[in-house]
Design a protein around this ligand. Sequence first.
Ligand SMILES: [Fe+2]
Length: 281
Amino acid sequence: MTEKRPPRGFAYRTASLRNALLTRLPDSISFGSLRARHVRQPIEITEISLASAHWPRAFDGLRIAHLSDIHFGHLLGAERLAQAVDAVRAVQADLIAITGDLVDLSAQEAPLLFEHLALLRAKLGVFVVLGNHDHLDHPRAIVRGAREAGLVPLVDDSVRVGGRDGLLIAGIDWAKSIPHCAQRLRRCGAGRADLLLAHNPKAFVGAEERGIPLTLSGHTHGGQVARRGNRRLNLVFTERLSAGHYERGESHLYVTNGVGAWFPLRVNCPPEIAVIEMRSR
Ligand SMILES: [Fe+2]
């Protein structure tokens, strides 16, 4: 049964206006070349190996494919999504994490999005959290679509995989601030997670306090425009945790550039799929 679509509110209208002014208008002025150039950029695979004394020994060497910020819609359509899905499949990871902003604006095309995402398979599963863009239109339809596609949506929830003493994965819904991220993390319950999925990298502050060994996030898109050779110097440099790897004690955070965007420009900040190998020490 399809849930009743919630009324589209102020946030949706603001995002639509921004989309019209910053994405569709420049793209139509350039006769579609901005979009075409944008989706021609190769998706980079970033391989990184991280170690933590808190990472369970039974999962030493686990490989996680991290996909984020697809922003399915006008800029990133089915063809580009298929490329991203193929790239993730080729990595043959043990676990796949999708950290939000699956859609750009409307959830109407979610069935097509999930037709592609349903092709993702990993030994321990494919886990999904929502981002701020997933909340613009119909978040429940995204959660339902994920579940029907065989993915595991985590909405302030946690799940243990790989047996009774298995890996504890927590996932929080979109939250804007550090305290709200921490509040959502508390709702996940079930003790200290081994892996936290959170669209907003600000969740790392709470994750680090709890000693969670790995947090995966997106949201910033790596700033989309960065200085060559230093991804931290980017358009969202005011965010303390804007791009790449951060380490505090035994806790790690990886903030991916994501594969999609909400405006058709990336400079020294390629679309990215991260592959993280976790070691225990
Ligand atoms: Fe995003």
